[in-house]
Design a binder for this molecule. Sequence first.
Ligand code: SF4
Length: 76
Amino acid sequence: MVKKVVHFKKDCISCGACEAISPEYWKLDEEGLAQLLKSKEVDDHWELTIDSEEAAEKNQEAADVCPVNIIHVKED
Ligand code: SF4
């Protein structure tokens, strides 16, 4: 099971909810914007490939609490 986490970082409003609920994957950077750890920048967003159900659940939790809906867990 391979999935992809997609983050439109430029639209982050620095609320910190993703880091609070899933600190293994999310951390606010020095500018106060959320960073998806170990992700890479692709065009206008950041991406991380994940391959476990636990990773999918933790990132879906972050997606669910993001107030501006800029985190998405997708089939790869
Ligand atoms: S929950 Fe969304 S808006 Fe809040 S810090 Fe994380 S990515 Fe940014």
